[in-house]
Design a protein. Sequence first.
Length: 40
Amino acid sequence: MRKFFESWPMAAVLWVWLTAGIIVEFNRFYPDLLFHPMGL
């Protein structure tokens, strides 16, 4: 089971999931900054 969690596909899925979670949480607290990054 340990070998499964150390595999590259699992690491990629975990990275994408973590990145998506950070974006979602950031968008929840600061909804305008994601769509207007340059303050337009």
